[in-house]
Design a binder for this molecule. Structure first.
Ligand SMILES: Nc1ncnc2c1ncn2[C@@H]1O[C@H](COP(=O)(O)OP(=O)(O)O)[C@@H](O)[C@H]1O
Ligand SMILES: [Mg+2]
Length: 142
């Protein structure tokens, strides 16, 4: 069986290809796995997440969680959060971050590097960077 790590490094040249990569990653994820995404605004973190959701047959909207901090997609084992608007780790701890980590779900975190102390060891860190055309992605050891 293929490992998530083996998909990287790679170059992804369109939003559609980003969705496909997300779906391939989704197929390799097990419940309890965590994807910690790193990349500037517009890097494609939400697209990658949409691809994962697609693998789990989720057909609703996948957008960056902002005010509510956490999105949980119905009928999937997928939970999505974004640390971009998180001012301090306490905000997330107050809404039960530890409980989310214990859940039998796949967790995807955009801007994970803002608060790496909130990310458990063993998470899959993926770094996305803008290129002249498309994006480059690397499996990052954090
Ligand atoms: N691999 C890619 N190549 C070119 N454009 C991309 C790629 N991935 C995403 N995009 C585009 O980049 C923009 C931002 O994507 P988004 O997933 O919202 O980024 P983020 O969540 O990192 O801010 C979107 O317009 C999307 O279509
Ligand atoms: Mg986003």
């Amino acid at each position: 069986m293929e490992n998530i790590k083996d998909l990287f490094p790679c170059h992804i040249d369109s939003p559609e290809a980003m969705l496909s990569l997300g779906a391939r990653i989704g197929a390799l994820l097990k419940k309890g796995d965590i994807l910690a995404l790193i990349g500037d605004l517009g890097a494609g973190k939400t697209h990658l997440t949409q691809g994962v959701a697609k693998h789990f047959s989720y057909t609703g909207a996948v957008t960056s969680p902002t005010f509510n901090l956490i999105h949980e997609y119905s009928d999937t084992p997928l939970i999505h959060t974004d640390f971009y608007r998180l001012d301090k780790p306490e905000e997330l701890l107050q809404i039960g971050w530890e409980d989310y980590l214990e859940r039998e779900a796949i967790l995807i975190i955009e801007w994970a590097d803002r608060f790496p102390e909130l990310i458990p060891p063993g998470s899959h860190w993926i770094k996305i960077q803008h290129q002249d055309t498309g994006r480059s992605l690397q499996y990052a050891h954090h």
